[in-house]
Design a protein around this ligand. Structure first.
Ligand code: SAM
Ligand code: SF4
Length: 337
């Protein structure tokens, strides 16, 4: 397989002239938590080991992606830190010419213990999911204990200088919406970016989504009750959030509004699933298989051709609005980026 990457080749752009520079890489479908909005408690069919891309295979795909303009890689899941030796993958990706930025989305339960190896491997940014600051609620929302470990993971990441540190909080009415102010206060004390996410419909949680949905406009109104906020640029990192800050605060509050203010027109991303499919949209079924050609010996150039071909089926936008959930929706990690 060729490992030579020609960085002068034509860069990816889709049929709507959106440059594609960001690849989310899911390394597992498994997780050590069971957040109510994301996964059912039990009964999931996990991918078989041979269905999962090996780290070497992921690196080959990243190499092809980089050759057509992908510059940022976000590692996600499921929970990426449950996959053994994730630092080996980070190191492999960090060595790919053209990749400028590697970030990780994690629930942080295993972050503290793995952080030294991840840093050594080249990790520079993390997004941590945190929906509550109260242990009893953590167990209710994540259906597992572990808030103390998550908080230690966040502290370790801050102490190691991983920046910007983004905290993702899915807001649910009646479950954690009364903590919006407490989360926002964190941005006055520390250089963290708290991003409130509108809960999205996935097929396990349609009722939850209907009953618990809080719009980003309402979230911002509630943040503004504790102090005046102004729009700010926010941290670098290709995210879909809109940011606001309190005067003089080291951090900022962000809102991610896949439903009420979608960000499709700014979409710069595609997604690699743990079983080797290139998915073109957070909510769509459009995808191309990369694993079969890769295992059949495709060259880097041939894989790059699949990335190019995929641009023709990247949809202009998702058609998800409140109440439009369809049965084919699944839990997607895309928004947490
Ligand atoms: N396990 C890692 C974590 O929790 O950060 C990475 C994968 S997780 C699926 C990525 C992000 O998606 C998290 O921030 C999570 O809160 C968010 N997410 C998952 N399901 C969601 C839903 N139904 N609505 C809104 N956000 C969701
Ligand atoms: Fe696991 Fe992340 Fe889904 Fe929660 S949101 S169940 S931590 S994958």
């Amino acid at each position: 397989m060729s490992t030579v990457v020609d960085l002068t080749r034509a860069l990816l752009a889709d049929a709507f002239d959106r440059p594609i520079t960001y690849l989310r890489v899911s390394v597992t479908d498994k997780c050590n938590l069971r957040c109510v909005y994301c996964m059912p408690e039990s009964g999931l069919d996990w991918l078989r080991r041979e269905e999962l891309l090996r780290y070497e295979e992921i690196v080959e795909i990243v190499r092809a992606a980089a050759s057509v303009g992908v510059r940022t890689i976000r590692i996600t899941g499921g929970e990426p830190l449950v996959r053994r030796d994730l630092h080996r993958l980070i190191a492999g990706i960090a060595a790919v010419p053209g990749i400028e930025d590697i970030a990780l989305s994690t629930n942080a339960v295993l972050l503290e213990e793995q952080l030294p190896a991840l840093l050594d491997a080249g990790l520079r940014r993390v997004n941590v999911s945190l929906d509550t600051l109260r242990e009893d609620r953590f167990e209710a929302i994540a259906r597992r204990p572990g808030l103390d470990r998550v908080l230690r993971g966040i502290d370790a990441a801050l102490a190691a200088g991983l920046a910007p540190l983004k905290l993702n909080c899915v807001v649910m009415r009646g479950q954690n919406d009364d903590e919006i102010a407490a989360f926002a206060e964190l941005t006055r004390a520390r250089a963290v970016f708290v991003r409130f996410i509108e809960v999205m419909p996935v097929h396990e949680n349609l009722e939850l989504q209907r009953d618990a949905y809080v719009s980003s406009d309402e979230i911002l109104e509630r943040v503004a009750e504790i102090g005046e906020i102004s729009p700010v640029a926010g941290p670098p990192g290709n995210g879909p959030a809109r940011y606001f800050s309190f005067a003089g605060a080291p951090g900022a509050v962000g809102v991610i509004s896949p439903l009420s203010h979608d960000y499709c027109e700014r979409c710069n991303r595609v997604r690699l699933t743990a079983d080797g499919r290139l998915r073109l949209c957070l909510f769509g079924d459009q995808h191309l298989d990369l694993r079969t050609p890769l295992r059949a010996g495709a060259t880097s150039e041939e894989l790059a051709d699949i990335f190019r071909a995929s641009m023709a089926i990247k949809p202009e936008r998702h058609h998800l609005r409140l109440g439009e959930a369809s049965s084919r929706m699944r839990a997607f990690s895309e928004i947490g980026g």
